[in-house]
Design a protein around this ligand. Structure first.
Ligand SMILES: *Cc1c(COP(=O)(O)O)cnc(C)c1O
Length: 478
């Protein structure tokens, strides 16, 4: 299997980046039911090559520029192997003390690399970090903590309001660029979807939240008897990598006693470099902060790191003590049991891969990884700017370039459909893979540099592929 993976990575550029199969391709290729008798691993390998690989989109290809990256590294894979090999289920300290303690330590390491305020470190007070599977889970658990805190505040204010009534009044604020995981968290946490405020942004603020818009929305809701309780700022939005004004949002959250969360799933990773750390200013005003090393810090999926200043309400929301899990260390409050910091009970020993990555790269290796992608993206931006048929649609702050073919004489629809044809053609041919978004209703191509093996030469080659396809499309039109 190690050889298979090594060969796969060696040959990865020979595959079309996006899988070219049609929906339902696999069923006719496999038997209707599981084999009655054991098969050999050779049989399985044969199917892997012939039946599974064609249905793979090659996220690890250096020509993958879609979504945001999903990094891999030898260090990360070694950590995954170790995790699978030991295969402990570290839900409480007693089930494998090293699993809990290593996680606490590597989250302190990473927190220090980011220069998080010390309240976010385990060594300070009731705060600390935890590894979640995804940013979506991170946002959900902090929203549950925030809900607990808000409901307690309402009941202690003795307004004679039932918990159900108070729950129906809780309001969540973020921008219309915020990731869909925030509305998903509302769905799970029983926050009425009509009480979710995706506040408008536009090109005038580079698609970042505007504090007066936030204040106005909150004031209107308070006037109407609603209860603002959760504000989510984003560092590096999914569409265009916009950065919300994190400090001002922190002040607003404080003024209204709201929980303030910062979601930095992708761009937060860049903040391990001193020259990017200022984007995180304002984190000292946040209750919680998350980012995904599995996106852009060389750590194999899944690894989303979450820190909070005070775990009291998280534990109040998620902790319980069934008799079959009781033990002396837990009963005497000597340890952290991470089962109380997440939705499921069971948990993998994910800290191993983050530990491997941080040790085998060192801070300098991690920083140069980020910097090489940022400079490749900057180069790509200059290539786009040099071709008058194209325009850049948002500032290139990290390693995402949003661009499109300019509007032709004619309607905007025309330009939207032209750019959508461009993306379809590129992905159908499979030489590169890109995705798209809409910015103020304008179809925009997203070019995210960040796959582990992507170098400047791949970015340059990708631009040539895009230019050729654009010429083909435009000439076809004439
Ligand atoms: C990718 C992304 C997410 C979702 O990440 P998951 O780990 O897949 O849940 C959330 N927020 C932002 C800003 C993202 O870019």
């Amino acid at each position: 299997m190690v050889d298979f993976v090594a060969d796969y990575h060696r040959d990865i550029e020979s595959f079309p980046v996006r899988s070219q199969v049609k929906p339902g391709y696999l069923r006719p290729l496999l038997p209707d039911s599981a084999p009655a008798e054991p098969e050999t691993v050779e049989d399985v390998f044969a199917d892997l090559w012939s039946k599974i690989l064609p249905g793979i989109t090659h996220w690890q290809s250096p020509k993958f520029f879609g979504y945001y990256p999903c990094n891999v590294s030898t260090a990360g894979m070694l950590g995954e192997m170790l995790c699978g090999g030991l295969n402990v289920n570290g839900f409480s300290w007693i089930t494998s003390p090293a699993a809990t303690e290593l996680e606490t330590i590597v989250l302190d390491w990473l927190g220090k690399l980011l220069h998080l305020p010390e309240e976010f470190l385990s060594t300070f007070g009731k705060g600390g970090g935890v590894i979640q599977g995804t940013a979506s889970e991170a946002v959900l658990v902090v929203m549950l903590a925030a809900r607990k805190r808000a409901l307690k505040q309402v009941s202690s204010a003795a307004q004679g309001m039932s918990e159900a009534e108070a729950l129906s009044k809780l309001v969540v604020y973020s921008s219309d660029q915020t990731h869909s995981c925030v509305i998903k968290a509302c769905q799970v946490a029983s926050i009425a979807t009509e009480n979710f405020r995706p506040l408008p942004t536009d090109a005038s603020t580079n698609f970042a939240l505007s504090p007066p818009v936030v204040r106005k929305a909150i004031a209107t809701d308070v006037e109407a008897g609603l209860i603002p309780f959760f504000l989510c700022g984003t560092l590096g939005t999914t569409s265009s990598a916009a950065v919300d004004p994190l400090e001002e949002l922190g002040d607003i959250a404080k003024e209204y006693g709201m929980w303030y969360h910062i979601d930095a799933a992708y761009a937060g990773n860049a903040c391990i470099c001193p020259e990017f750390r200022h984007y995180l200013n304002g984190v000292e005003k946040a209750d919680s902060y998350n980012m995904n090393p599995h996106k852009w810090l060389l750590t194999n999926f899944d690894c989303s790191t979450l820190w909070m200043k005070d775990s009291e309400f998280l534990l109040a929301a998620l902790s319980n003590k069934p008799v079959f899990l009781r033990n002396e260390a837990t009963d005497n409050n000597l340890v952290v049991d991470y089962k109380d910091w997440q939705i499921p009970l069971g948990r993998r020993f994910r800290a191993l891969k983050l530990w491997m990555v941080m040790r085998l790269y060192g801070t300098s290796g991690l920083q140069s990884f980020i910097r090489s992608h940022v400079s490749s993206a900057k180069h790509f931006e200059s290539l786009v700017q040099a071709d008058s048929r194209f325009e850049v649609m948002a500032p290139v702050t990290f390693s995402l370039v949003c661009f499109r073919l300019r509007t032709l004489p004619g309607s905007q629809d025309n330009s939207n459909s032209l750019n959508s044809k461009l993306v379809d053609a590129l992905n159908r041919k499979g030489n590169i893979f890109v995705t798209h978004t809409e910015l103020s209703g304008i179809y925009t191509v997203r070019f995210a540099v960040g796959a582990t093996h992507t170098e400047l030469q791949h970015v340059q080659a990708a631009w040539e592929v895009i230019q050729a396809e654009a010429s083909h499309l435009l000439n076809g039109k004439q």
